[in-house]
Design a protein around this ligand. Structure first.
Ligand code: UDX
Length: 437
């Protein structure tokens, strides 16, 4: 008998997990309380942009292996229930908002069948699994809890879910581990590293990994500040240190820093949790990582002021990119959109282009102007900002673009454009951590 699986929460994580697990041959039911989202998913449509996902999801619905519901009762006969709901930052603190995780557990625990396994995938403060496990024993002692953190990157969600670079399971029994091994058999057959851990370690692996990644990015952005002060070039520096395999070249792209629904809120929630545990000093450095990251946004705005005037009132500024990174339409804590909004608040007339994220950006900042094409975005601009490194922006012909703008000034906030080409085309070219012409 193949396992039946339920997935609670159908955001980036849940929708991808549901479709991928179904594609392995399991019967999967996805649940969300948002009935509009479920109506879309039932038609094989994904409510956000994620490469490959819509095709996979539609195929799995067609195969009959994947279905969706808004009712917890429909999940009763699943063998494994994955909790994939969000844990956003609380409005008035650094800590994570646990409402959705807690209510998912409360709703699934009474209907889950005896012998089934509830598996948390959401990123949570360490200690959550033990707390939920105790609560589960009160509600339904015939069901066990495990934790299986997810490391998928947006833009590569399907690839990362189907071919993860490791699987981490926090379990309290051999039976729970065996059930998860059955589910992930295809990964084990291809030698994906398997790490069995206790519940707190499994929770910590996720936030530790994200803290390390955030630290790497802020490290190189701190080096960018030093390069600016000393007249160096951070892109050359990153390349040179990256050849050392102990350092590695990935996640050393200097620029306007990290954003999105994970890294910023995860390092803040980690600090908050460390404080609760009486270990806040251990994570004090993350405060600095956060401030280096936010400072990168201000440094770009300073460059804009330096090139135009201190008073930005009425200046026409074109912004290329709104998503927090390319190949995503996610604008949660997007550095690009934050910079655009701040420049707008300073009086500039800001027009934004993004290949996929215009709609979500418009929802968040309706007062900004949005353009459907790069040409429309830059028409008559006093300055152009490149803030999300979509491939189409690297393919822009600077000679042609120059004909459309008022001032040929490009600030590359991602260190992703070919500087020599832009300078040769007659642009003033600025970037974080590199000399200007
Ligand atoms: C991240 C983790 O990578 C993933 O493992 C975890 O499951 C969720 O959080 P994601 O938020 O999709 O994934 O994006 P990621 O690719 O990590 O990029 C995060 C941010 O860092 C983006 O804003 C990106 O532009 C920025 N970044 C990344 C840099 O500024 N420089 C880099 O070198 C790399």
């Amino acid at each position: 008998m193949t396992l039946k699986v339920s997935v609670i929460g159908t955001g980036y994580l849940g929708a991808t997990h549901a479709a991928c697990i179904a594609s392995l041959g399991f019967s999967v039911i996805g649940l969300d309380l948002d009935s509009e989202k479920i109506a879309l998913l039932k038609q094989g449509k994904v409510p956000f942009y994620e490469p490959e996902l819509e095709e996979l999801l539609a195929a799995e619905i067609k195969s009959g292996r994947l279905s969706f519901t808004t009712s917890f009762n429909d999940l009763a006969d699943a063998d494994i229930h994955f909790i994939c709901v969000g844990t956003p930052q609380q409005e008035n603190s650094l800590a994570a908002d646990m409402r959705f995780v807690d209510s998912a557990l409360e709703a699934i625990a009474p209907v889950a069948k005896a012998g089934s396994l509830i598996v948390g995938k959401s990123t949570v403060p360490v200690g959550t699994a033990q707390r939920l496990s105790a609560r589960l024993t009160e509600i339904n002692p015939a069901v066990e809890l495990a934790w299986n953190p997810e490391f998928l990157r947006e833009g590569f969600a399907v690839e990362d879910t189907l071919r993860p670079n490791r699987l981490v399971v926090g379990v309290t029994s051999d039976a729970a581990e065996a059930k998860l091994k059955e589910l992930y058999k295809s990964n084990l057959d291809t030698n994906t590293p398997w790490v069995r851990a206790d519940l707190p370690t499994a929770e910590l692996v996720k936030v530790a990994a994200n803290s390390f990644l955030a630290t790497k990015i802020s490290f190189i952005n701190a080096m960018a500040e030093i390069c600016e002060a000393a007249g160096g070039d951070v892109t050359v520096l990153a390349k040179a240190i990256g050849y050392d395999p102990r350092i590695g070249s990935r996640f050393l792209q200097a620029g306007i820093g990290f954003g999105g629904g994970c890294l910023p809120k995860d390092i803040r929630a980690f600090m908050a949790r460390a404080g609760e545990l009486g270990a806040e000093q251990a994570l004090e450095f993350l405060r600095e990582i956060d401030s280096i990251n936010l400072r990168a946004r201000q440094r770009v705005i300073e460059l804009v002021r330096k090139d135009l005037t201190e008073d930005l009132t009425g200046k026409k500024i074109a912004v290329l990119g709104a998503a927090f990174k390319p190949d995503s339409d996610d604008v949660r804590d997007s550095p690009a959109l934050d910079i655009a909004a701040q420049i707008h608040a300073a009086g500039a007339i800001v027009t934004i282009h993004d290949p996929k994220a215009i709609r979500p950006a418009q929802k968040r900042f309706p007062a900004l102007k949005y353009a459907e094409s790069v040409d429309e975005c830059v028409a008559g601009a006093d300055l152009v900002l490149h803030l999300t490194e979509w491939k189409i922006y690297r393919e822009i012909d600077p000679v042609e673009l120059k004909k459309l703008v008022t001032n040929a000034i490009m600030i590359d906030g991602r260190n992703a454009l070919d500087r020599d080409k832009w300078i040769a085309a007659g642009w003033k070219f600025r970037a974080l951590g590199r000399a200007s012409n």
